[in-house]
Design a binder for this molecule. Structure first.
Ligand code: ATP
Ligand code: MG
Ligand code: MG
Ligand code: MG
Length: 562
């Protein structure tokens, strides 16, 4: 590639809406451009990186025994209705009608389509196992697209799905993919952790997220440096604290206080002079159509996944204001746990404290010294607290380290959720018909590109890891007007090409400083600088990451770089 002909529009300044380094740099260095919210053009440099990321993924997936397929991205609604997800997937799924008025979606994921393929073709245990993958576009109408390619609405994903006759075989493949993913991210030069992740409604212990460690990551993880335990903070196992034995001896008498116009937690805290964590807040959820109140300390919200888990995978949503007043008979915002006619669940941390402040079920009044057990009954305790760094590792007790991370991959043992719903069965050795056991495995290809930058940049620009750099080498003649410089540069350029090294020649007629700036910004791992010393048969090789410069003989440059 010759820079003079290349489409590499670099910019001095990043656009105002770019918040994090990878987003700013990918735009400034000419890798991507925004079309609309969450929609991006990937320019030639970006496409080269995507190609390299895909090459690594493809090589490792093939090596692991998976087979590549190409599935449609336009999915007929019938398949999603069969799996039960047409109505529950939510607004992230883009739906539309064809000219005949039939419903379709743009693929946010492909369990339905692949299960449909496999149920039509696989009949016997002899046809199993199978691991099929594709690399292509996914559409998710994210509520808050942001950070460029990191959370886009249209993006590239590698998604694989495996099919098995037995649970053991599904688990064998799960660990095969775990190893494969580890190799993929290692080859790409990324610092990552595979963390135990939430399995949501499917349950079980077979879900890992591959997180690239970065301060700007939207996810949080904890890990133990001693025993290797690692989990997303949502998933991390808890030591459930025992309720203190002498709780009741510390109860104070219940007191109702007039609190005019005091409503928010910070206002209550100030007015009654109690710490915010001693204020009990009631949140009303609708669980399988029935109301449940959840008592939490202070401002903590209950994450629905946690509540769902505590309730064994039931359908859960927050109640509307109207529902709250209908079901409790109390005004919203002043809910009292006393005499509440719906079941009360409590955050486990509530067991640790006594004498809470709570609403009085009446406008402008609060209750002081409310205690569960004496004043109100708790149906069950749920754990909504987060595991944090510094807390003991659930496996070995050493202090946990907490970091932020970017989810670049996710592996999941699905079991028979889709095969049962969609009738994907096989006949086993004894002639018995059984649902196929499945797993699914995703990698966000375009997100990897952003995550790699998030981990590899400095004040001058991107510093690509070699395996996924758009070019491995840039040859920079400091002055193309000087015949000898130009000639040697051309020679090195074609020599490198002959040796299958991805190289770009900056043959632009521009000042050297300008070219060096672009080379640093774009982040190509090696710069071959061809200057005055060519007269002595010498060029300079600069390593982008370290800034180290080495003088190398012209005849030895290719060897030096291979
Ligand atoms: P997130 O938690 O970030 O929303 P997810 O858990 O919804 O991601 P999965 O359904 O597990 O995503 O999809 C597999 C992979 O696809 C993710 O691990 C991630 O790398 C990538 N991915 C998901 N959503 C996006 C997006 N909006 N933009 C870019 N990549 C994405
Ligand atoms: Mg998501
Ligand atoms: Mg996720
Ligand atoms: Mg995920």
């Amino acid at each position: 590639m010759r820079f003079s002909r290349a489409f590499i529009p670099t910019l001095k300044e990043a656009p105002a809406d770019a918040e994090i380094p990878s987003h700013k740099l990918l735009i400034r260095a000419g890798f991507i451009r925004k079309v609309a919210s969450g929609l991006y053009d990937i320019l030639p440099l970006g496409a080269l990186v995507v190609r390299k990321i895909i090459r690594v993924i493809r090589e490792e997936m093939d090596r692991a025994g998976a087979q590549e397929v190409i599935l449609p991205i336009m999915h007929p609604a019938e398949l999603w209705i069969e799996s039960g997800r047409w109505d529950v997937y939510g607004k992230e799924m883009v739906k539309f009608k064809d000219r005949h008025g039939r419903d379709y979606s743009l693929a946010p994921t492909a369990e339905e389509v692949i299960t449909d393929l496999v149920r039509r073709e696989v009949k016997s245990y002899k046809d199993l196992p199978l691991n099929l993958y594709q690399i292509g576009r996914k559409f998710r109408d994210e509520i808050r697209p942001r950070f460029g390619l990191m959370r886009a609405r249209e993006f590239i994903m590698k998604d694989a799905y495996s099919f098995h006759a037995t649970d053991e075989d599904a688990e064998r493949e799960y660990w095969n993919m775990y190893e494969t993913y580890s190799r993929i991210f290692k080859r790409m030069g990324l610092e990552f952790k595979a963390v135990e992740a939430d399995t949501g409604e499917i349950g079980g212990k077979f879900s890992h997220e591959f997180m690239v460690i970065a301060d700007t990551g939207e996810g949080k993880l904890v890990y133990c440096e001693k025993c290797g335990y690692a989990a997303s903070t949502e998933k991390a196992e808890q030591f459930k604290p025992e309720p203190p034995k002498d709780r009741e001896s510390r109860f104070k008498p219940l007191e109702k206080v007039h609190t005019p116009n005091v409503k928010r937690i910070d206002e209550v805290s100030e007015f009654l002079n109690v710490p915010p964590e001693n204020i009990l807040k009631l949140l009303v959820y609708i669980v399988d159509g029935k109301p449940v109140a959840v008592a939490v300390r202070g401002d903590r919200e209950v994450e629905e996944t946690k509540l769902k888990r505590a309730l064994g995978g039931k359908e859960v949503r927050l109640a509307t204001d109207e529902e709250i007043e209908n079901f409790t008979g109390q005004p919203k915002g002043f809910l009292s746990p006393l005499g509440l006619n719906i079941p009360v669940f409590a955050d486990y941390s509530v067991t640790q404290m006594v004498n809470f402040v709570a609403g009085a079920g009446e406008k402008d009044y609060h209750l002081k010294n409310v205690n569960w057990g004496r004043d109100f009954k708790v149906e069950d305790f749920i754990d909504v607290s987060e595991v944090r760094g510094g807390q003991p590792c659930p496996k070995c007790g050493a202090p946990l380290v907490e970091k932020r991370g970017i989810e670049v991959g996710h592996i999941f043992k699905l079991g028979t959720k889709y095969s049962e719903a969609m009738g994907a069965t096989f006949v086993d050795e004894n002639g018995e018909e059984k649902p196929i056991i499945m797993g699914c495995y995703g990698i966000g290809v375009t997100r990897v590109m952003a995550a790699a930058v998030e981990q590899n940049y400095d004040e001058n620009g991107i510093v690509w890891p070699k395996e996924i750099a758009p070019f491995e080498v840039i040859v920079i003649p400091v002055n193309v007007k000087k015949e000898e410089i130009s000639e040697v540069s051309e020679r090195i350029y074609s020599e490198l090409q002959r040796n299958k090294i991805d190289v770009i020649l900056d043959d632009r007629n521009a000042r050297p400083g300008f070219k060096f700036k672009d080379a640093d910004l774009i982040g190509i791992p090696y710069q071959v600088i061809v200057g005055k010393k060519v007269q002595e048969g010498i060029v300079e090789v600069k390593e982008r990451r370290t800034g180290d410069r080495v003088e190398v003989k012209v005849d030895e440059v290719v060897e030096y770089l291979t």
